[in-house]
Design a protein around this ligand. Structure first.
Ligand SMILES: NC(=O)c1ccc[n+]([C@@H]2O[C@H](COP(=O)([O-])OP(=O)(O)OC[C@H]3O[C@@H](n4cnc5c(N)ncnc54)[C@H](O)[C@@H]3O)[C@@H](O)[C@H]2O)c1
Length: 391
């Protein structure tokens, strides 16, 4: 994680977080450990609990404890233990919170506790915090890390784009070349999956409900058609819409023998599992650790990871190179909240453009890529409104 490493080195010299208490409610993974170390290098006191007990890496928790960071998490802990840990982190009276789902910052608000700022990593967390803001109850600035360009574009398009296919391949060892992949949803995430599947030799068909996104898919040279028609063509079906019941009975009934179904959307509601069970009159059996075969009599359909988010359920989620930029956003958001607290309103705020650009610059540097700068003449031209010397 070279971007985070260079931030950590600067933090060590400048000590911008001297004495700040930062409480993080994030996935307890090796990538998060790097973030915690960057914060501590900057002079912060940091403590961590898990945003999702199922993703906690116990060995990482133990290593952080060895480094003197309190970690309140263990893999597979129950909801009561999880809740006790979030409460304990709030009891610690942090100055700044980092969340993945807003559990910690919402709890702090419910308790009427003071905090000088927070940063939020996911869409779901931001939705909750925006509702709090609409009700006039948000008492601190929150940096919407999820929406910076270096987080959203790279995380969704390149992170999920690659890791969703990786999860599918790990579960099935399918050859994509020569196969037809039907993709539901050509959003930030779907675009990544479509591009990568095409790169691996698959024919990609996109199903959309938004005319603009459908047009974009067509102009990106993918086939676009309604789901009923695509159901008869696909070898592999991937949903990534954020909606529910995207693949239903009428689609299952048209699919070919051996078709594979996977979901990369957040919740396991995109493939209607109840209806899939109903059409499987011949029963269901597990044929590989993450593959269930649904017997429709004359045909079999294969469901991956029980319809749960395939890149996490069958793979390892986003690669560290993607989390590097996401967590660089969090580290710089903490610094921003510390340095500018008095100028910031109590609302959900965009990540400042300078932070986004700084992260992109550091990432390019780590890739050994150099770019040009505007000449003084170009800068002046682009900032003026006159038209005198152009035809
Ligand atoms: N697996 C991961 O790591 C990961 C990462 C980011 C987002 N997500 C999840 O993926 C889902 C999509 O996220 P996004 O950021 O791409 O969203 P998005 O809003 O950018 O795109 C979703 C697209 O799906 C389309 N859509 C909605 N209903 C549809 C339907 N019935 N049939 C066909 N298309 C339909 C929408 O028109 C939209 O273009 C969400 O659930 C999100 O939480 C997962």
């Amino acid at each position: 994680m070279p971007v985070l490493r260079s931030i950590r080195e600067r933090f060590r010299e400048e000590q911008p977080l001297d004495g700040v208490k930062v409480a993080a409610c994030l996935h307890v993974t090796a990538e998060t450990a790097n973030l915690m170390q960057a914060l501590i290098a900057g002079g912060a006191e940091a403590a961590l609990c898990s945003a999702n007990p199922l993703t906690t890496q116990d060995e990482v928790a133990a290593a952080l404890v060895d480094l003197g960071v309190p970690v309140l998490a263990s893999r597979g802990e129950g909801i009561e233990s999880y809740s006790r840990h979030v409460h304990a982190l709030a009891d610690w009276r942090p100055d700044i919170t980092l969340d993945d789902g807003a559990d910690l910052l919402i709890l702090i608000h419910e308790r009427g506790q003071e905090v000088s700022g927070g940063a939020e990593e996911t869409t779901t967390g931001l939705l909750r915090l925006r509702r709090l803001e609409q009700e006039g109850r948000l008492t601190c600035p929150v940096v919407a890390v999820n929406e910076s360009l270096t987080e959203r574009t790279f995380n969704d398009r390149y992170g999920t784009g690659q890791s969703a296919l990786d999860g599918i391949l790990r579960a099935t060892n399918l050859l994509l070349a020569g196969r037809t992949l039907v993709l539901f949803g050509y959003g930030a995430t779907g675009k990544g999956i479509a591009q990568r599947a095409r790169g691996a030799g698959a024919t990609v068909i996109v199903c959309e409900v938004d005319p603009l996104r459908a047009l974009e898919a067509r102009m990106d040279a993918f086939e676009v058609m309604p789901a009923l028609k695509a159901s008869q063509r696909g070898d592999l079906f991937v949903t990534v819409t954020g909606s529910r019941g995207v693949l239903r009975r009428e689609h299952f009934e048209r699919m070919r023998d051996g078709a594979v179904l996977a979901n990369a959307g957040h919740f396991d509601v995109e493939i209607d599992l109840e209806q899939l069970g109903e059409v499987a009159t011949g029963g269901v059996r597990r044929v590989l650790p993450l593959v269930e075969e649904y017997d429709l009599g004359d045909r079999r359909l294969h469901l991956l990871a029980s319809g749960r988010v395939v890149n996490l359920a069958a793979g390892e989620g986003h690669p560290a190179a993607v989390m590097d930029m996401s967590f660089a956003n969090l580290a710089l958001a903490v610094e921003h909240l510390r340095l500018h607290r008095d100028e910031l309103e109590n609302s959900v705020l965009d990540v400042p453009k300078e932070i986004d650009e700084e992260i992109a610059r550091l990432k390019l540097e780590s890739l050994g890529v150099e770019i040009d700068s505007l000449t003084p003449d170009q800068r002046e031209y682009l900032s003026s409104w006159g038209t005198s010397d152009q035809a």
